[in-house]
Write a protein that binds this ligand. Structure first.
Ligand SMILES: *[C@@H]1O[C@H](CO)[C@@H](O)[C@H](O)[C@H]1NC(C)=O
Ligand SMILES: *[C@@H]1O[C@H](CO)[C@@H](O)[C@H](O)[C@H]1NC(C)=O
Length: 435
C-alpha cells in the first residue's frame, strides 16, 4: 500500500516536473518581445542593409472600373526578411523552432503599392501573424484587396488589351537601408481564379532602382508588376457589335429607297434612335476621357451622321416635291460641283410648236383692228398666248424640280459611296490584325 502511494506520488511529481520544464510558445514569444523595439531596422550593424523579398500572387480580378480608371484586384503578398532581434536557440526552448507572432508587434518593411487608390488612406496594414524562425527569418503573408489606378487604353474597345502596372516598394526606406529582392522572374499566377470579363495574359515583374527629385543621389527600390488583361469580347460582340453592324447595313439599304417616299424618313429616324441608344450603352464601359476615342464610337458617330444626313436629304426632297413654284433655279456652283448639264432635265422638256409668224399676225391686227370678228380672233389669240405662258411656266417649274431632284439624287449617291468607304475602313481597322 505504502509502496503504491509512493509510486503514485513519484508519477505525479514526474508529470509536474514535465509541465514545469516544458517550454510553451508563449514563453518564447514573451522572451522575444520582452524588450523588443519595433521602430528601427532589425539589424545589429546599422550599416547593414535589410534584404526583403517580395512575391505577389494574383488571386482574382474583382473588377475594372472604367469610369474611374481603377483596377480592383485580390492579391496575396509574401514578404520575407531577417530580424536579428528575433533569434533563439531551439534546444534551450523545448525544440520550438518556429513561432507565430502578431505582425503588428514586430518591425515590418511597410511596403506599399505606389499607385494605390483607396478611400481610407494607405497606412493600415492587415495584422495577420508573421511566422518567425529561430534563426531570425520572418515570413509574413497576407491577402489584400487593392484598388490600383490603371489608365485604360480603349482605342480598340471591345478588342482591347489593358496593361496595369502595380508598383510596390518602401515609401521611406531607400535601397541603402532596405533592398528589395525578387524570388522569381514573374509574378505568381498559380492560384488565379478565372474572370468572366477579363483574361489574364501575363503578370510580369520588373525590378527598378529609381532616383526621385526629392532626394538626388539616393536610389529607391521598387518592384513593378504589370498585369496584362485582355477583354473577352463575346459579350460585346453579341450586344454591341452585331446590332451596330446590322444597323449600318440597314443604313446602306436605306439609300435604295427613293428619297421622295416618306418611308425612308421613318426608317432613318428609327435607325437614328436605335444607334443613339446603342452608343449610350457603349459609354457605360468607357472612361470619361477624350484622349482616346474608341473605334466603335467612331463607327457609331459615322453611322449617326450619315443617317442624319440621309434624313435631311429626304426632308429636302420631300419639300421640293410639294412646293414646285417657289423653287429657285439650281445655283451654278452646285451645277458645276455635281456636273449637272441641261441634258439631265431633257425628259421634262415640253416641245411646244413654234410659230414664227407672230410678228406678221400682229401687223395684220394693227391695220384691221376695228373689225369685231378680228377682235374675237384677237381675244382668242390672247387666251392662247396666256395658256402658252402658263404652260411654259409649268415646264420651267418641272424642269427646276427635276434638276433639284437629280442634284439631290447625286448627293445621295455620293453619301452612299462615302458611307460605304467609311464603313469598310472603320470595320477593317476595328477587326484588323494590328492588335
Ligand atoms: C529536442 O530534440 C533532440 C533531438 O531531436 C532530442 O534529443 C531532445 O530530447 C529534444 N528535447 C526536448 C525537450 O524535447
Ligand atoms: C529577378 O528579376 C530579374 C529581372 O527583373 C531576373 O533577371 C532575376 O533572375 C530575378 N531573380 C530571380 C531569383 O528569379
Amino acid at each position: 500500500m505504502i509502496a503504491k502511494t509512493v509510486f503514485a506520488f513519484a508519477l505525479l511529481y514526474l508529470s509536474c516536473f514535465q509541465i514545469v520544464t516544458g517550454v510553451s510558445e508563449r514563453e518564447v514569444a514573451s522572451m522575444l518581445l520582452a524588450d523588443y523595439q519595433k521602430e528601427g531596422r532589425p539589424v545589429r550593424d546599422p550599416t547593414q542593409v535589410v534584404l526583403t523579398s517580395l512575391d505577389v500572387y494574383v488571386i482574382q480580378i474583382v473588377k475594372l472600373i472604367p469610369r474611374r480608371q481603377v483596377l480592383v484586384i485580390n492579391f496575396w503578398l509574401v514578404q520575407r526578411w531577417r530580424d536579428d532581434f528575433l533569434t533563439w536557440d531551439p534546444a534551450e526552448y523545448g525544440n520550438i523552432s518556429t513561432i507565430r507572432l502578431g505582425s503588428e508587434n514586430i518591425w515590418r518593411p511597410r511596403l506599399v503599392n505606389y499607385n494605390r487608390q483607396h478611400e481610407e488612406g494607405w497606412s493600415e496594414l492587415p495584422d495577420t501573424n508573421a511566422i518567425v524562425r529561430s534563426d531570425g527569418e520572418v515570413l509574413w503573408t497576407y491577402p489584400i484587396t487593392l484598388r490600383s489606378t490603371c489608365v485604360l487604353d480603349i482605342a480598340r474597345f471591345p478588342f482591347d488589351v489593358q496593361k496595369c502596372p502595380l508598383k510596390f516598394g518602401s515609401w521611406t526606406y531607400d535601397s541603402l537601408n532596405l533592398k528589395l529582392v525578387n524570388i522569381s522572374t514573374t509574378g505568381n499566377i498559380d492560384y488565379f481564379a478565372a474572370n468572366g470579363e477579363w483574361e489574364l495574359l501575363s503578370f510580369d515583374l520588373e525590378v527598378n532602382e529609381v532616383e526621385y527629385s526629392c532626394c538626388p543621389g539616393i536610389p529607391w527600390d521598387d518592384m513593378t508588376y504589370t498585369i496584362t488583361l485582355q477583354r473577352r469580347p463575346k459579350f460585346f460582340i453579341l450586344y454591341l457589335v452585331a446590332p451596330s453592324v446590322t444597323f449600318s447595313l440597314l443604313t446602306v439599304w436605306g439609300f435604295w429607297l427613293p428619297p421622295d417616299s416618306g418611308e425612308r424618313l421613318s426608317l432613318c429616324i428609327n435607325l437614328l434612335l436605335a444607334l443613339i441608344f446603342l452608343q449610350q450603352g457603349v459609354a457605360a464601359y468607357l472612361p470619361d476621357t477624350a484622349t482616346n476615342i474608341p473605334l466603335i464610337d467612331v463607327f457609331f458617330v459615322a453611322n449617326i451622321l450619315l443617317v442624319g444626313a440621309s434624313s435631311i436629304l429626304t426632308i429636302l426632297t420631300l419639300s421640293i416635291h410639294f412646293k414646285c413654284f417657289d423653287l429657285p433655279p439650281v445655283p451654278n456652283w452646285l451645277r458645276c460641283l455635281f456636273c449637272l448639264d441641261q441634258s439631265d432635265s431633257s425628259t421634262y422638256r415640253v416641245n411646244a410648236p413654234q410659230d414664227n409668224n407672230d410678228g406678221a399676225m400682229d401687223a395684220f391686227f394693227a391695220t384691221n383692228g376695228s373689225n369685231p370678228a378680228w377682235r374675237l380672233v384677237r381675244r382668242v389669240k390672247k387666251i392662247i398666248r396666256q395658256l402658252k405662258e402658263e404652260q411654259e411656266m409649268m415646264t420651267n417649274c418641272l424642269k427646276t424640280e427635276s434638276e433639284w431632284k437629280i442634284l439631290l439624287g447625286k448627293i445621295d449617291r455620293c453619301l452612299l459611296i462615302a458611307f460605304f468607304i467609311a464603313l469598310v475602313v472603320i470595320t477593317a481597322s476595328i477587326l484588323g490584325p494590328n492588335k
